[in-house]
Each structure stands twice: as structure tokens, then as C-alpha cells.
Design a protein around this ligand. Structure first.
Ligand code: HEM
Length: 490
């Protein structure tokens, strides 16, 4: 009897202690936390769970717009995180900081599993600078000129495969074909060999492994705030998953070994790191981590934008007709279209930029951490260790910065007076500052080359089932459904 009473007593005390702890945390977060003066929905100010819920549901970009509309340019989206939606936030958070420490990348987001090898995107400031300097060789103009014939081989293969569909008159899932092309190109640029996606008309198993790991990454990021749960779940990973991981790792090592055996001076994106491998003290796992991040960052982003731009053009016939006219007037044959000559297509560039605004490949805010001593963002003092972010999709849909933000108007990037009040510098799909996108020029060249050749070679009509294609969820990347179109030879 006495024992039962003691157990009951301990249980009641335990439950009471937990409730007391949670209640005091809620009161602290709402009234006494250094960020308590910033507005935001109550459920976001009291706990991280509301943010996690929206991320895991894939609705965060759209929810962020509603929050900024209601609460203004600064919203407290978690007890320790502020979201900023204003053109000046780019410079304040990501720009080169004079005489002040940089905002570092948030570990919970960029390194959800701490013991994984690091790479250029999540490295600490010093090692990042060294890696970036070396990798920059592969992104120079000279390197891009040398890479062009290789890139062109894959684009020609894409055109050949699409011509086959014209003959068969079947609808084509163009979004898949964009992915196959960008994956094969980046496979060659990062590992020295394509994935064979264009050849096999499907995504290689190795790539599928990377996508699966990406989805798991969102869950692991969320669990970073609940370390005990994360540790427990990680210790329970089933044997089949561990085996799949080991198999993927072995395949990747073999790929890297084959690349390392290739001739010296290959003009690709990994050569710079291989040349200074000793000086940079790079293990094979770190080399692989860098090649993998190039694959993820350099293919899905570009393919998404190409799909988004194609969809927006096909659902905006005036813009589509204008672009067709531009491409088919400037060029008389496919052979004339190359990485340099696409510069003669200003309307196409505006079409791509407007697609970046309406369908940015990186739609959510990638969190940074405020340095020691705190810093000012949009004139407000933000305490040290606060996470801060800029959510692109929400920013680009605000009427304060773009007229008629929910409609596709490439003219806004061509000096059309109806859009004179637009704030075009808001658009920063590649970010700014010392950690902005290294592949920006390559991405633009690749997208312009592919789109120009597609528009030149085919008349395209969207299939009925793809009319609402753009209504998607977002899990760091867009969850793209099949963009089905009908192609006829132009
Ligand atoms: C439309 C296409 C692309 C978009 C929108 C895009 C966007 C971005 C953004 C926003 C970042 C910064 C990430 C952060 O702050 O954590 C980034 C970094 C990076 N991107 Fe891209 N990217 C694109 C294509 C590419 C391509 C084609 C490559 C290379 C093949 C590439 C390579 C990189 C690299 C290496 C970094 C890391 C730079 C550093 O940390 O110093 N990107 N990209």
C-alpha cells in the first residue's frame, strides 16, 4: 500500500514539475525573452513546434507571407528566430560586414547530423574561404568556356530525346527531362561522369538516395531542437536503412576514385579542390561531401527554375508568343545558339528572372545566427545567438515591392513604366555576400541555353492535367508534380 502511494506520489510530482517547467518557459518566452518585443503569432512565440509543423507540412513559404502581411517586416517565427522581409535585410544579414563579425550559418539547419563530413556550404568561416577560393577556378569564365562542349553534348541529347516524343505524339513530362539534363551535366562537372539519366530516361538510383536523404534531413533539422528524441531515434535506425546508406557511400567513393584517376587539369568543378587537397587537408569523405553538395545545389535548383519558367510561359500565352518571336528572329538554326549568343535574348532573361520571383528555387529562409555582441538588422538591435532568416517566396509576393505580385510580367525587368515603382533589388535568388551562390553564372548560362534551344525547336502546349502544376508544397525544395506538355516540331 505504502509503495503504491509512493509511486503515485512520485508520478504526480513528476507530472506537476513538467507542467510547471513548460508553463514557466511559455511565460518566459512570451514576456521576458530578449525577443519578446517582436511581434508574431502566439504559437510561434511560445515554442519552436509551430515552425516545425509548418516546415514538415510543406506550407512554410505561404504561411510566411500571411505572417508578414499581418505582423510586418519582422516576425518572430520561433522563440529564438526572427524572419525579415525587406530589401535591406539582405545586406544586414548576408552582406560583407565591415568591422563586424559575420552572421554564421545555423548549425541546427546546416549540420543536423554533426558527425557528417562538412562541405563548402556548411563549413566554418575560415575553411569556407579557403574552399571557396579553390572552387572558384571551376566557375570562372575561362572554365565555363572549356565546359561548354561537354554541357552542349547533354543539351543535344535532351533535344534528340524530346524529338522522339514529337514523333510518338505522347505527352512528355518535361519537368523530369529538365532534371535528367541538369543531373547529367552536374554529374560530369562534379564527378567526371554523367549519371546516365538522359540515356536511361530515369533518375539514377544514386540520385534517388540523395533525395531520400534530403527528406530525412528536414526531420533531423526539426529534431535538432529535441536532442534526446533525435539521439533515441537515430539509435533505432533499422538495419536496412543503414545498409542502404553504406551502399550509397561505397558507390560514391568509387565515383570519386574514378574521377581522381582521370587526367590532371580537367576543367570541372572538383579539379580546384583536388589540386590543393593536401594544403586544404581534405579527407576523401570531405571531397565527396563537396561533390555531393554541388550535385544537390547545382541540379535541382536549375531544373526547378526551368520547369517553373516553362509552366509560367505556357500559362501566359502573350509572354510565350513574345519569347518565341525573340528566339526565332534572333536565331536561324540551333547551331547558332550557344552560351555567348544567348546574351542576345533580353526578353528571355526577363522571363527567367520573373520566374525566379514567382517560383524561387530556394523558397524558404536559410537561417543564420547573430554574432557575439548582437547586431542591427533593419535598424533593430538583435541579440547574439538569435536565428535570422529571409523567406524568398513570401518576400517576392509582397505588394510593397512588386506591382501585381501574383501575375507573371517579364516586362517588369525591362524598364516598363507600369512597373517603375517595383523594387527589383529585392530579388536575390542566389543570395548576396561572401556565401552567395558560386554557380550563379553557370546556372544562368545553362538555363538560357536550354530554354532557348527548347523554344527554338518545339511548339509546346500544356496538358490539361498540368494546369495547376504550380500549386505545390515545399520541403526545402519544391515538391514538383509531373509538368506534362505536348510537343510539336517547330
Ligand atoms: C537557379 C539555380 C540556383 C539557385 C537559385 C542557387 C541558389 C543558391 C543560394 C541561395 C546559395 C546560398 C546558400 C546559403 O546561403 O546557404 C547557393 C550557394 C551555392 N551554390 Fe547555388 N544556386 C543555383 C545553382 C547553382 C549551380 C548550377 C551551382 C554549381 C554547379 C551552384 C553552386 C553553389 C555553391 C558551390 C554554393 C555555396 C557557395 C558558398 O557557400 O560559398 N548553384 N546557391
Amino acid at each position: 500500500m505504502g509503495i503504491i502511494f509512493n509511486v503515485q506520489h512520485a508520478l504526480v510530482t513528476g507530472v506537476f514539475t513538467v507542467i510547471l517547467y513548460l508553463a514557466s518557459k511559455v511565460i518566459y518566452n512570451v514576456y521576458f525573452h530578449p525577443l519578446s518585443r517582436f511581434p508574431g503569432p502566439l504559437e510561434h512565440r511560445v515554442s519552436r513546434l509551430a515552425y516545425v509543423y509548418r516546415s514538415v507540412r510543406g506550407t512554410l513559404p505561404f504561411d510566411m507571407l500571411k505572417m508578414h502581411k499581418k505582423y510586418g517586416d519582422i516576425v518572430r517565427i520561433a522563440p529564438d528566430e526572427l524572419a525579415f522581409s525587406h530589401p535591406d535585410a539582405w545586406q544586414d544579414i548576408m552582406g560583407h560586414q565591415k568591422g563586424q563579425a559575420e552572421f554564421s550559418k545555423a548549425t541546427w539547419f546546416y549540420r543536423p547530423v554533426e558527425d557528417q563530413p562538412s562541405h563548402v556550404v556548411n563549413e566554418s568561416r575560415e575553411q569556407h574561404g579557403r574552399l571557396r577560393r579553390q572552387m572558384a577556378h571551376g566557375f570562372s569564365e575561362k572554365a565555363m568556356r572549356e565546359q561548354e562542349p561537354m554541357i552542349r553534348t547533354y543539351v543535344d541529347m535532351l533535344l534528340d530525346r524530346l524529338h522522339e516524343f514529337c514523333e510518338s505524339r505522347k505527352p512528355v513530362t518535361l519537368s523530369d527531362w529538365y532534371n535528367y539534363t541538369t543531373f547529367d551535366i552536374i554529374g560530369d562537372l562534379a564527378f567526371g561522369e554523367p549519371f546516365g539519366c538522359l540515356q536511361g530516361s530515369n533518375l539514377d538510383g544514386w540520385i534517388k538516395g540523395i533525395f531520400d536523404a534530403g527528406r530525412l534531413g528536414i526531420i533531423l533539422q526539426a529534431l535538432s531542437f529535441y536532442p534526446l528524441v533525435k539521439r533515441t531515434l537515430l539509435s533505432m535506425v533499422p538495419a536496412s536503412m543503414k545498409e542502404a546508406h553504406e551502399k550509397h557511400k561505397k558507390l560514391t567513393e568509387e565515383k570519386m576514385m574514378r574521377r581522381m584517376e582521370k587526367e590532371e587539369g580537367r576543367p570541372d568543378l572538383i579539379e580546384g579542390l583536388l589540386r590543393k587537397r593536401g594544403e586544404l587537408n581534405l579527407s576523401i569523405d570531405e571531397l565527396i561531401a563537396n561533390a555531393e553538395i554541388l550535385i544537390i545545389g547545382g541540379s535541382e535548383t536549375t531544373a526547378s527554375l526551368l520547369s517553373g519558367a516553362t509552366y509560367l510561359l505556357l500559362t501566359n500565352p502573350t509572354a510565350y508568343e513574345k519569347l518565341k518571336e525573340e528566339v526565332r528572329t534572333v536565331f536561324q538554326s540551333s547551331e547558332e545558339i550557344n552560351l555567348i549568343s544567348v546574351n542576345k535574348l533580353p526578353y528571355m532573361l526577363a522571363c527567367l528572372d520573373e520566374a525566379m520571383r514567382m517560383y524561387p528555387p530556394i523558397a524558404n529562409g536559410l537561417p543564420r545566427m547573430c554574432p557575439e555582441g548582437g547586431a542591427k538588422v533593419l535598424g533593430e538591435f538583435v541579440p547574439a545567438n538569435t536565428y535570422v532568416s529571409v523567406h524568398q517566396w513570401a518576400l517576392y509576393r509582397r505588394e510593397e515591392y512588386f506591382k501585381d505580385p501574383n501575375s507573371y510580367h517579364p516586362e517588369r525587368f525591362l524598364g516598363d513604366s507600369s512597373f517603375a515603382d517595383d523594387c527589383r533589388e529585392v530579388l536575390q535568388p542566389f543570395h548576396i555576400g561572401p556565401r552567395n551562390c558560386l554557380g550563379r553564372n553557370l546556372a544562368y548560362s545553362e538555363m538560357r541555353l536550354i530554354l532557348a534551344l527548347i523554344i527554338f525547336n518545339f511548339d509546346i502546349e500544356i496538358a490539361d492535367e498540368a494546369r495547376n502544376w504550380i500549386n505545390q508544397r515545399n520541403y526545402l525544395m519544391w515538391e514538383k508534380g509531373p509538368l506534362k506538355v505536348h510537343l510539336t516540331k517547330a
